[in-house]
Write a protein that binds this ligand. Structure first.
Ligand SMILES: [Zn+2]
Ligand SMILES: [Zn+2]
Length: 275
């Protein structure tokens, strides 16, 4: 059986208040995972939804988002897990070129099941959010170079079990030159091999403009050649997308040459055969 390693309880602009962090919200999420035949679903809210992350970065988006209580999040998920719901307690953590120590501190001292590492920003511009789009500030080649710089440093920081949506910018603006894209994919794959961390095969890309899984076939093949382990994820922000199109994710893994995916629990990984 498979696990969805990356989901959010609510859309990013919805509150993570007491109502959101309740069993009434968690139950439909888990029910959707069960319906899709999954063994577990990881709940991995963004670290920037929580007040504890606010001092990490002075940016208007970060400022408006960091409102909620990480203790309430932890307690709600712990209670659901203790009650026997097949959830994994996780978090999606940005990597920031400065201020990262605030995020590391914020995560310390809790037995997370998994910590996802993400790059959503290049300088002050967002890779995946139109309101602050980095594509308005810099050309696609510069954007991808900046993205790769951050993505590889994040992977090599050793803070993360899984790196997320490896070719995320492809869905939100024009692609760079073929040379830059080849360079980007090689650098990202090399860094994950060196770091020894997993990468997600995310079906979220199918629901975005690129209409292609993250990572696309040529990047996923590079990961496979280098022995980078993969996990499956949907990046659902609502129950109906939990486990979304996992048949296509498994097929993508098989096509790239994988014969197994990883399941992560207690920050430990175990191989699950596919195909
Ligand atoms: Zn993300
Ligand atoms: Zn996410």
């Amino acid at each position: 059986m498979l696990t969805d390693h990356h989901t959010h309880l609510r859309p990013d602009d919805d509150p993570l208040d007491e109502e959101a962090l309740s069993i009434e919200t968690i139950v439909p999420h888990v029910a959707a995972a069960m319906d899709r035949g999954l063994s577990h679903v990881a709940i991995t809210e963004h670290i920037y939804r929580f007040r504890i992350a606010k001092p990490a970065w002075a940016h208007p988006y970060w400022d408006t988002q960091t409102q909620w209580d990480i203790d309430a999040y932890w307690d709600a998920l712990s209670e659901a897990k203790a009650a026997g719901f097949p959830i994994l307690i996780g978090i999606e953590c940005d990597w920031l070129p400065s201020g990262q120590e605030v995020l590391v501190d914020a995560l310390r001292g809790r037995p997370w099941d998994l910590i996802l590492g993400s790059i959503h920003w290049v300088d002050e511009g967002a890779v995946d959010y139109d309101l602050y789009s980095a594509f308005k500030e810099i050309d696609p080649d510069a954007l991808w170079r900046g993205y790769v710089d951050r993505y590889t440093r994040a992977a090599l920081s050793g803070q993360f079990d899984v790196m997320t949506h490896a070719d995320l910018p492809k869905s939100f603006g024009p692609l760079p030159s073929t040379e830059t894209l080849d360079w980007a994919f090689d650098r990202i794959a090399d860094a994950l091999e060196e770091a020894g961390c997993c990468v997600e095969i995310s079906t979220a890309g199918l629901r975005k403009a690129a209409q292609e899984i993250y990572p696309g076939p040529s990047l996923l093949e590079r990961f496979c050649v280098r022995g980078v382990p993969v996990v499956l994820s949907s990046d659902a922000h609502e129950p109906e997308n939990v486990g979304f199109a996992f048949d296509q994710a498994v097929q993508a893994a098989l096509d790239a040459g994988y014969s197994e995916v990883m399941e992560i629990k207690g920050r430990d990984r175990r191989a699950v055969p596919i195909g």
